[in-house]
Design a binder for this molecule. Sequence first.
Ligand code: UTP
Length: 473
Amino acid sequence: MNNYTNEELKVNLTSNEYDLYQLLLTYQQDKFLQQIKDIKQLKQVLSTLNDFNNRYPGGIDAYITTAKKLLLDSKQGSNPYAKYNISIPSIARNINLSKEFDFYENILLEQLKNKNTPQLAFVLVAGGLGERLGYNGIKIGIPYEILTNKTYLEYYIDYINAFEQLHADTMTKKCPLIIMVSDDTIELTKDLLIANNYFQRQDNIHLIRQDGVPALSDNNASFILDENTGEVIMKPHGHGDVHLLLYQSKLAAQLASDHIQYLCIFQDTNGLAFGALPAALGVNYQDHLLMNSITVPRNVDDAVGAICCLTHQETHKKLVINVEYNQLSSLTGGKEECVKDSQGNDTIKSIYPGNINLLIFEIDGYLKALTRSNGLIPEFINPKYSDNERTIFNKPTRLETMMQEFPKCLNHEESNRVGFAEFPRWSSFSAVKNNINDALLKQKKGNKPESPATGEFDFYNYQRKLLKNSGVI
Ligand code: UTP
């Protein structure tokens, strides 16, 4: 854009476009702007960025300011957990699938008996690219097992139908299902719903769409142009967008005013997601939890995040939150504590439960915290550098959010209402996210393969175990 004078820009751009252009200059986006060839392309780019500016809380200002700060922290190798001590969360329930499961499920049933409206809404995050799986379609459209060829989505909806039927005496309305989609998944998700006539639930299915955020090419948070399309490169902002969209679409507020009490947020390919749900909801009731993470036992080297209690060394504020497995060592000093056997020797079991991103929120508390944060939960950045000085990126980066980081939006009192309920892995968690070759490598290393075949196997295993536990086989 070197050829255009300020006067020419003023003539060719609307005042809104011109202001945005000036804002970009303020944030040293000159290098990016200079690559734009003509006014037509500039208008196109400004239109995309204007849309982003309007929907992102705090606009481009806030995005670049946060990105620069986090990029500097990352360049300096700062430890985000430097001021925290780690311990096991105190609100914890370990649930064995016999006695305790019935106990907590009965608490739920007792509660439901006293109400006439549906208590629960389901929120499915299904905007991910699924690059590791490499499936040529959306993940919720994959057949979960090949006896019936029912897709993941169909299984989830079957469960919701069954849940409603079980509580038919007390529920007057259906449980809403909200599906978060992205540019990459929206069309195929709509196709799947239409092909199945919305599973006869059209009035109760809501789609919310997440949009990308500008990709960043350097520590100065410079935006980038796509060489082929001439457009700004936008990248996924992560599944933490589910909170932002529930807030911005006003759906969370709508659900609360429709007397929904709990939101169950789950991922696209965990077919066992609802195995633990009735008892986990009972735990929510029993402990008055605002946020309950369903967890499974984890081994010390599992590639699964850990739910920990982090206590700030100065404020003493406690945070019960997921710590990603590759960050745990910055809190444990590299030696994660294990469960001891009867002789006092270390086992391979970690003392911290494994997060499976199956979250249950009590809606009033959720909405309050959501409103306070404008739906945006604290972001992180994860650039991969190609030089020792940490100035050159291997590929563009961007700010991202994770839905399990919600406790960061809670105040001191609310933080005391965050807990977890641990269930056996076979009953609650079997993700499908790796292609067959990577799955094989993982299995050889002793990790969970998390492939379509193991997902299907775990489904049969779950059914067999339930039948066995009930004395049928
Ligand atoms: P994953 O971490 O498995 O990521 O997402 P992914 O994008 O689906 O797969 P890869 O990393 O490209 O292989 C966990 C869950 O979060 C959703 C996914 O659809 C999945 O249910 N997700 C992820 C979103 O909804 N939006 C995102 O931006 C990212």
